[in-house]
Write a protein that binds this ligand. Sequence first.
Ligand SMILES: [Ca+2]
Ligand SMILES: [Ca+2]
Length: 120
Amino acid sequence: MTYGSNCYKFKSDTRKSWTSARHDCVADGADLVSITSAEENQFVTSPTGISMWMGGHDSITEGGWEWTDGSPFRFIHWNAGNPDDYYGEDCLSMLINNGYWNDDNCGYKRGYVCKRRGEK
Ligand SMILES: [Ca+2]
Ligand SMILES: [Ca+2]
């Protein structure tokens, strides 16, 4: 699916840990999805119906969230009470249905969204 100048792949049939999800995206010439606007967040929310991994993480510096693809971590859409670093949660997932974000346990196996940036 394309949105703007980027190409998105929704992997809702496979379940992977955050790290192997990222490997899979990178092997495909992409990266885990980064979200930089409310519109893009809405686009990524709609078709999935399950919690999906995205490219955000704070595994380098606790509380220092960044996107794996290097996009500025400016737009945020945290669910109420998050990020809470519950038992050391460092990876970003999008919650079922409402599209809000949760810092999540990187080892959980979830579906995920890859994003390949279009040529500008
Ligand atoms: Ca954390
Ligand atoms: Ca959390």
